[in-house]
Design a binder for this molecule. Structure first.
Ligand code: CTP
Length: 410
């Protein structure tokens, strides 16, 4: 079975997003952003400045989005006060790319085109994604405008460093569409999400316990379930710390990422983040044992035919050792006696519930996009979830978590 049999997640289902595009060579990325937002379930209204429309014609967006496309302020055929309606119905507005000129207008409250007027007419969270030459970006005037916008609660997404249209390298590249879509989801979550203001720690990936500088004891965890959990908590407005052994994908905008390798490092990183945290979602596959010693030099092959012994010592049980009032959710990857084996871990590790999955199935578990999990609690409750995309499985876990008696409601 493949991921195709579980419907694709739609984290922005029912949301209305306004996308403002200003003049920059990177305006082509706004097309991809519009598509991503619509794929995520949003209806996108687009406003183009006259310069943006020179780079990307309005027709391109009209063919792509289910919302309206506003271009010429004086277009007699456009609905009256179109920008006001677009601004009013938006649940988030993103200006991407945001040129130096558009940033200046937004900072000053100037409304002279459909982008700046839509922003003025909107009370929704505003995200700006600057894109320009690095010398322009570093100008005191541009920085002052960005500071003014930030001080008013505007989320500034990027820019990234890299090769610029001028051929120079520096800060000024528009973030990638996946990151910009993540910024929109983050902004909506922080405004209205059911977990807003809460701090959630998520662990992801399998720990790597070194044998020598080039080898480790590891496992098959890809980190995908943990990444989906981080994303889903972010989308619900939580402040998320992701403690991971694997590099996260690009769309995890707004998530604080802490890279670790071993169980002991993971434990230390959680200890740093856990004071004041509301929940720990322990999706990482932690090795139960590690080599007693990690050799400093690469181990050489022993004499022919001779067996080599690797002494292992026990790792700490990371989740069991985390104390405090935070709610702990565990994961259990089993290959036999799923329910009984997972159930036993709830009390042992003082979890509120555990998400168990049978990793011997092809469509659930390691390195696939879907999961079929069973939620088990201390009272013996068994909730079987259908085959779901890992993002939707994560969403189901949070729905359960926010209903727990120990959860601080927003
Ligand atoms: N876990 C942990 N530290 C460990 C081992 C596991 O924090 N040293 C966590 C995992 O992240 C997971 C839960 O405990 O959330 C259950 O993991 P699992 O490997 O199934 O449990 P174990 O206690 O290692 O039991 P088993 O004998 O089945 O390996």
């Amino acid at each position: 079975m493949t991921a195709g049999e579980a419907p694709a997640p739609r984290p922005l289902a029912g949301r209305r997003v306004a996308l403002g595009v200003s003049g920059s060579i990177s305006a082509y990325k706004a097309v991809e952003l519009a598509r991503r937002l619509e794929d995520a379930g949003a209806i996108v209204d687009v406003a183009l400045t006259p310069s943006a429309a020179r780079f990307i014609p309005a027709l391109t967006f009209r063919s792509l989005v289910h919302g309206e496309v506003a271009e010429d302020l004086w277009d007699a055929a456009a609905p009256a006060e179109q920008h006001v309606a677009m601004g009013r119905r938006a649940e988030a507005m993103i200006v991407a790319p945001a040129s130096a000129t558009t940033l200046a207008k937004l900072a000053q409250g100037i409304g002279d085109n459909t982008v700046t007027l839509t922003a003025l007419a909107s009370a929704a969270p505003l995200i700006v994604a600057p894109a320009m030459d690095h010398v322009m970006y570093n100008q005191a005037a541009v920085q002052a405008n960005l500071d003014a916008l930030k001080a008013r609660g505007v989320l500034v997404a990027g820019p990234a460093a890299g090769r610029l249209a001028s051929g120079a390298r520096g800060l000024g590249r528009l973030l990638e569409p996946a990151e910009l879509a993540g910024a929109v989801r983050s902004a909506i979550g922080r405004a209205v999400g059911p977990m807003r203001g809460r701090h959630v720690i998520v662990t992801a990936g399998g720990t790597r316990e070194p044998i020598d500088p080039v080898r480790f004891v590891g496992n098959r965890s890809s980190g995908k379930m943990g990444f989906a959990l981080a994303e889903a908590a972010r989308d619900r407005g939580a402040v998320v710390t992701l403690v991971t052994t694997q590099a996260p994908p690009a769309g995890l905008f707004g998530v604080v990422v802490r890279r670790v390798e071993t169980a002991v490092e993971m434990q230390a990183e959680i200890a740093k983040s856990s004071p004041g945290a509301d929940a720990l979602i322990m999706a990482a596959a932690v090795a139960d044992y590690r080599p007693a010693e990690a050799a400093e030099e690469k181990l050489k092959k022993s004499a022919e035919g001779e067996a080599r012994m690797l002494e292992l010592v026990e790792n700490p049980d990371v989740v069991a050792g985390v104390e405090g009032s935070l709610l702990k959710v565990g994961f259990a990857a089993e290959t036999s006696d799923l329910i009984a084996n997972a159930q036993a871990k709830i009390a042992k590790k003082s979890l509120v519930f555990i998400a168990a999955n049978d990793v011997s199935q092809e469509d659930a578990g390691f390195a696939v996009e879907t999961n079929r999990i069973v939620l088990l609690d201390a009272a013996g409750g068994v909730e079987r979830l259908p085959l779901l995309h890992k993002y939707d499985a994560a969403a189901a876990i949070y729905e359960r978590l926010v209903g727990e008696p120990g959860w601080r409601a927003v």
